[in-house]
Design a binder for this molecule. Structure first.
Ligand code: GBH
Length: 456
């Protein structure tokens, strides 16, 4: 059997700040990423999303490229500062962009899969405290309801938050992402409010749902592989898996925050525990229809002799372990390529969640691509995507209920702190001319999508 289940969604993903550009058009307000990118030394080569892929204007061409490849779904995110320039007041001209985008998708028979938050918080809300402030979670639920009001007649697939791990730990912990705060106690509080925002938004959307609407969030996972099997090795893997994966997954599944992780992070000052109010874990456990699983690579971990020694990995609660260098062959980003970890990850989530439907909402790799005679022979990305699609198929055969696969990304785009130096697209973008060139990987994934089966 090489087929995928009937109705399996094949698509590609983008995120508003990474592709749209048009940062002052249609009344859009500034986001934390505009501010961060404008700050000296934060983004490689001083790059920003000011123009990016100019998707704000070129979306008809981009939707045409996606549909032309044979992909049936587009996962995009809505920019909160377009829809609410000050974070609180709806803007009809901002909403109008997503109206046009959704209509374009539907006219090409592409299923819209809408993410409400992919990291571009309105700057006004950051100024009012950002995600470390509990109020932001309530503002997020209001924003979610506004978008749902406007697009709920045409969009069935809704994702609240993309990767609260990154928004919290990179944004407020290591500070390599906007808003660039470096404080782990604050980052843990931000993580809780992102999850709370997911729960509040899911509640709001569920109350006004129409038949066919499905709700979800997308978590990024990094399976931990220990370089040995001693108790110390297992303990290192437990800690890494705890803060990276279970800390976000378990509360969403209604299990609350894992006790072992709570103990691991206790030395960060305790504001996190105090921020979790009565009833919050019930809100976060709001029923979802599927979980978005974002997977790129595993992490190799090794124990340190001193269990309290600081880790080389900048995550809250990590002491007594180091993350080892990735095992080649590496992507341009230096990430490893280990499809078997995706199979085991999907199986593990499936078991832990009691069979929750899963969608691989992001999977992909950056490589150095070259346009030659109007083609991009990205054989390394073809191999990455092919092997990972096979890994998803293996997980389905083993019993996981996986309903879709989205490549990251449709287009080469603004890769956050790395600027334009990392290309993840199925479609190459020349950032001087905005010329798009379909890569071999896009053609390959499109063929898989059209046959809904593994290539023979
Ligand atoms: C996704 O996050 C984002 O959703 C997307 O916007 C982004 O463009 C895409 O990835 C590509 O980066 O330093 O080797 O330990 C992915 C989450 C978190 C995965 C950080 C890699 C570091 C790996 N990433 N993680 S490593």
């Amino acid at each position: 059997m090489t087929e995928f289940p009937a109705g399996f969604l094949w698509g590609a993903a983008t995120a508003s700040y990474q592709v749209e550009g048009g940062v002052t058009e249609g009344g859009r307000g500034p986001s934390i990423w505009d501010t961060f990118a404008a700050t000296e030394g934060k983004v490689l080569e001083g790059a920003s999303g000011e123009v990016a892929c100019d998707h704000y204007h070129r979306y008809p061409e981009d939707v045409g490229l996606l549909a032309g490849l044979g992909l049936g779904a587009y996962r995009f995110s809505v920019a909160w500062p377009r829809v609410m320039p000050d974070g609180r007041t709806p803007s009809s001209s901002g909403l109008a962009f997503y109206d046009r985008l959704v209509d374009e998708l539907l006219s090409r028979d592409v299923v819209p899969v809408l993410t409400l938050y992919h990291w571009d918080l309105p700057q006004a809300l950051e100024d009012a405290g950002g995600w470390p402030s509990r109020d932001t979670a309530f503002r997020f639920a209001e924003y979610a309801a506004v978008v749902h009001d406007a697009l709920g007649d045409r969009v069935n697939q809704w994702t609240t938050v993309n990767e609260p791990f990154c928004a919290a730990f990179l944004g407020y912990g290591s500070g390599v992402h906007a808003p660039g705060v470096q404080d782990y106690d604050t980052a843990l509080v931000a993580a809780h409010h992102l999850l709370l925002g997911h729960g509040l938004a899911t509640r709001a959307l569920t109350e006004q749902a129409r038949p066919g609407h499905e709700f979800s969030l997308a978590l990024n996972f990094a399976p931990a592989i220990a370089d040995g099997s001693s108790p110390a090795h297992l303990e290192a893997a437990r800690k890494f898996d705890g803060i990276h994966n279970r800390f976000f997954l378990d509360p969403v599944l209604g299990k609350g925050y894992p006790a072992d992780v709570m103990a691991d992070v206790a030395h960060h000052g305790g504001r996190f525990a105090a921020s979790v109010l009565d009833g919050d874990t019930d809100v976060i456990a709001a029923a979802i229809d599927w979980l978005g699983v974002n997977y790129y690579a595993p992490a190799r971990v090794t124990p340190l002799a001193d269990p309290l020694a600081p880790s080389n990995c900048p995550l809250p609660g990590l002491r007594g372990l180091d993350v080892l260098p990735a095992v080649p062959p590496l992507t341009a980003f230096g990430w490893e390529q280990t499809p078997s970890s995706l199979t085991s990850l999907l199986g593990w989530i499936s078991t832990r969640s009691g069979g929750l439907p899963l969608v691989v909402a992001e999977n992909g790799a950056s490589f150095v691509d070259e346009v030659v005679d109007g083609r991009v022979h990205d054989t390394d990305r073809v191999a990455y995507l092919d092997s990972h699609v096979r890994a998803v198929h293996d997980a389905i055969r083993a019993g996981a209920d996986v309903r879709g696969y989205f490549a990251w990304s449709l287009l080469d785009n603004f890769e956050w702190a790395m600027g334009y130096s990392q290309r993840f697209g199925l479609v190459h973008v020349d950032f001087d001319t905005q010329i798009r060139t379909v890569k071999d990987s896009g053609i390959h994934l499109g063929r898989i999508a059209k046959s809904n089966a593994l290539p023979t």
